[in-house]
Design a protein around this ligand. Structure first.
Ligand SMILES: Cc1cc2nc3c(=O)[nH]c(=O)nc-3n(C[C@H](O)[C@H](O)[C@H](O)COP(=O)(O)O)c2cc1C
Length: 504
């Protein structure tokens, strides 16, 4: 990014004091210690007891560094590695561009005007976000940088819509887009645009058939999801990189799901250690999503870790193991740095199943055809999730809801619907969407991006509010079609919508 010399690796020091308490010293902490930004990014400002030298410490990264974590503050983790003494006008301006794009999303980094457009001799660059970075003083540089960003962030937070103001998934989406960094937003939104659009449109190809004069004074959404009693048939799917939207990562999602008495599937690629995810759960009987990754040994170790922690169900994702390259890969799987193994097959699946403790149910996530659903029945799995990964892996594929229609019909015709548990995700954005999938035969439906949007807006409370909103929409729609319990739902409550002929 800078123009002078080669970037140096960030200056790091060995974790000087492993014990939290040892870092507590009597000397007053430097002003940056009060920074909410550093705190949010898990950087503590400490003082070494012997030398009184200030240093920055991150517990989750297990890293201590003398230089301020600019790269982290600016969301440029791993890519910004300048030594502070190199910070000159050009670098400051580049940082300003990064910060502006992160805070306002109004301009991309590429559109940021070059440093040469600055007035000659200026040492400060002051526009909407002023980053005044004196070349000589590290402390001032970091303090001012943090203060400026903090001001920008808090004014942005003041504008965040109140929790009670959200009335639809698209409102959460809009607000999340405003508050997330561009790279986080792109990672979450990423996917094959045609499949993603088809996923959403498919819900419009079914209409509800309202029924009248049924007693719907007492609507129950009680159900069982992956073997556990739940109060709503809407659960939180497994999504990688939870820390992008919540400081507590997956632990936040565990708590939100528990508050709504529903399930959260813990992803293999969790952003906080599995033991911390489990620590957030009172019952510990979490469902764990398993990827057989390219590094098979460590993925199996992770599976054993989840089982040892008390996992009550294993969900094997089977739709993302085709190797891919290009921009979409970089924005999705590539961003996680881990890749599902292309060697997973029906016979390997049987080996995996045999590896599980007796009675531990296995589910397949990503089934999209009737043939594979029947093979899953033959493989004796407890259930399947009809899903196309939210349109993230295969372009030109069927809408997930239409796959569900095919799969449920095939299972019904074979007389096994009800013997194998059937779940669905990909494209659910309202309680009525959920109802349509339930009518087609799903026991429960998962949501993905919507709860990431809600967490980005209001953390755990945002997810709880979203689940409550979707469940109450579902209850209202159930009343409209004259049903009081989920068991009564059937395809009879739906009809296909034929597109109206357009005038020539
Ligand atoms: C950002 C993101 C990350 C995801 N990571 C995983 C993952 O690690 N494992 C997995 O099985 N599915 C993953 N998925 C797919 C979701 O579990 C789910 O199938 C999908 O999000 C549902 O579609 P929706 O986002 O339209 O609701 C991911 C989806 C998104 C959007």
């Amino acid at each position: 990014m800078g123009k002078k010399g080669q970037p140096a690796a960030p200056e790091t020091v060995e974790d000087p004091t492993d014990d939290e308490e040892e870092r507590e010293v009597d000397a007053p902490l430097p002003p940056e210690a009060a920074s909410k930004i550093l705190e949010a990014l898990d950087w503590q400002v400490c003082v070494m007891p012997s030398t009184r030298q200030r240093y920055f410490y991150s517990k989750t990264r297990r890293q201590a560094r003398v230089q301020p974590p600019y790269h982290s503050i600016l969301g440029l983790e791993d890519t910004f590695s300048h030594h502070p003494s190199w910070i000159d006008r050009d670098v400051a301006w580049d940082m300003h561009g990064a910060a502006t794009s992160i805070m306002s999303r109004k301009q991309s980094l590429q559109n940021h005007p070059p440093a040469s457009t600055l007035p000659e001799g200026s040492t400060s660059v002051g526009l909407d976000l002023c980053l005044f970075v004196p070349v000589a003083s590290r402390t001032w540089a970091s303090a001012l940088l943090v203060l400026d960003l903090e001001g920008a962030m808090s004014s942005q937070h003041l504008q965040t819509r109140a929790l009670t103001d959200f009335e639809s998934c698209s409102e959460y989406e809009e607000e999340a887009k405003r508050s997330l960094t561009e790279s986080s937003w792109d990672y979450i939104a990423g996917g094959e645009s045609d499949t993603m659009q088809r996923n959403l449109d498919a819900f419009k190809s079914f209409a509800l058939r309202p029924r009248i004069l049924q007693d719907v004074s007492c609507i129950s959404t009680d159900c069982s999801i992956f073997g556990k009693r739940c109060a709503t048939p809407i659960y939180l799917s497994s999504l990688a990189k939870g820390c992008l939207v919540s400081k507590g990562g997956e632990a936040t999602f565990v708590r939100a799901a528990a508050r709504c008495r529903t399930r959260f599937i813990v992803p293999s690629i969790s952003s906080v250690p599995l033991r911390d995810v489990w620590a957030a759960s009172e019952s510990c009987d979490l469902a764990f999503q398993f990827y057989l990754l390219g590094d098979e040994v460590s993925s199996i170790e992770r599976l054993h870790e989840a089982i040892a922690l008390g996992a009550s169900a294993i969900v094997v994702t089977v739709d993302a193991n085709a190797p891919r390259k290009g921009a979409l890969f970089r924005a999705t799987a590539g961003a996680t740095g881990v890749f599902p193994s292309p060697r997973l097959s029906w016979s390997r699946l049987a080996e995996l199943k045999a590896m599980l403790p007796r009675g531990m149910p296995m589910y397949l996530k990503g089934v999209q055809t009737a043939e594979d659903a029947l093979k899953a029945v033959a493989a004796d799995v407890a259930g399947i999730i009809v899903s196309n990964h939210g349109g993230r892996v295969c372009g030109d594929s069927m809408a997930a809801l239409h796959c569900l229609e095919d799969v449920a019909s095939a299972l019904r015709a074979a007389g096994v619907l009800g013997k194998i548990e059937l779940y669905f995700d990909s494209g659910v954005r309202s309680g009525r969407d959920a109802l349509k999938a339930l009518c087609l035969g799903a026991t429960a439906v998962g949501i993905g991006r919507p709860y990431y949007w809600a967490a980005a807006c209001h953390e755990e409370d945002g997810i709880v509010a979203l689940l409550q909103m979707l469940t109450s929409e579902l209850q209202h729609a159930m009343a409209q079609i004259g049903t009081s319990t989920l068991h009564e739902l059937s395809p009879d409550s739906l009809c296909h919508v034929v597109p109206a002929p357009s005038r020539l």
